[in-house]
Design a protein around this ligand. Structure first.
Ligand code: ASP
Length: 281
């Protein structure tokens, strides 16, 4: 049994027209097919990185190419990967001008210091062969210039189970858009991306709400302690209600059960198990 589930964040207020929706559905399907065939011969860990890098390469999503612009006109991105088998997480926070932040996160998994932030994360990437690459698109510059503030429009993530039953999660983001430089996203924290041998979770939404709700870590812990995955989601999302937390998450447990939930509608997600595609509608 091999399976994967991916998300492409939430729709922005400016991106809910039917052409954009169709384009995102088609992109998710294409990327799921590619990720699934990669998973046939690779581990869940390698697959979540491969699949998230495909999402980063697609300008439709707010990660890698197409990342949102911060209040000072610069793009800073964050990404993390967690191997459910070894329970190691690595990531980059506020990295600049790198095509695939998730691939820099992957390099860091073999280091003792596994999460780097700011200009030092960018320096680390350059020293490790990641060339300077502008991830800015015309559309994002236009949105920035028009000051079209919108909530959590993107982030991408993937969770997978491989043929040996190993789980992994990866998440990559261009952030909320218009944030104060230096703001830390949830994506490279255990609230936004978490996995062990029982469950793997990737989140999207407003980073501050996801951190307040410790969303990914709570779901994984509850499943590990024996709660069915659906109940673990329900309880964790109920705990966001007092402050109207804006979050969405995807997950797989060790039995291969998929799950997804959002507190606000319109999370963009898709799953594939080799026979059935489930794509948001
Ligand atoms: N979670 C991301 C952040 O707050 C944004 C998003 O998911 O769109 O940085």
């Amino acid at each position: 049994m091999i399976k994967l589930i991916i998300h492409g964040g939430f729709f922005s207020e400016s991106g809910t027209d039917s052409a954009t929706k169709k384009a995102k559905q088609d992109a998710l399907k294409r990327i799921l097919e590619d990720g699934y065939s990669f998973l046939k011969n690779n581990s869940a860990f390698e697959t979540v990185i491969h699949t998230v890098s495909l999402l980063e390469d697609d300008p439709l999503f707010n990660a890698g190419i197409g990342s949102q612009i911060q209040s000072d006109g610069k793009i800073r991105m964050s990404a993390a990967v967690m191997d459910g088998q070894t329970e190691k997480m690595s990531g980059v926070i506020n990295i600049q001008k790198v095509k695939n932040p998730i691939k820099v996160a992957k390099v860091l998994i073999d280091f003792d210091d596994r999460v780097l932030g700011g200009p030092a994360a960018t320096d680390f990437a350059r020293k490790n062969g990641f060339e300077e690459f502008s991830t800015e698109t015309e559309q994002r510059r236009k949105e920035y210039e028009e000051k079209l503030k919108s909530l959590g429009t993107g982030t991408v993530g993937c969770v997978a189970i491989d043929s040996e039953g190993r789980l992994a999660a990866a998440t990559s983001t261009g952030g909320k858009g218009f944030e104060i430089p230096g703001r830390i996203s949830d994506s490279a924290t255990v609230a936004g991306n978490y996995a062990n041998s029982n469950c793997a979770v990737s989140c999207t939404g407003v980073g501050e709400d996801i951190v307040s709700g410790a969303v990914a870590a709570k779901i994984v812990t509850r499943v590990t302690d024996g709660m069915p995955i659906g109940k673990a989601f329900e309880k964790t999302f109920d705990e966001l209600k007092p402050y109207d937390g804006f979050a969405g998450a995807i997950a797989i447990d060790k039995s291969g059960n998929f799950y997804h939930q959002d507190s606000h509608p319109k999370m963009v997600f898709g799953s594939y198990d080799g026979s059935d595609f489930q794509i948001f509608d």
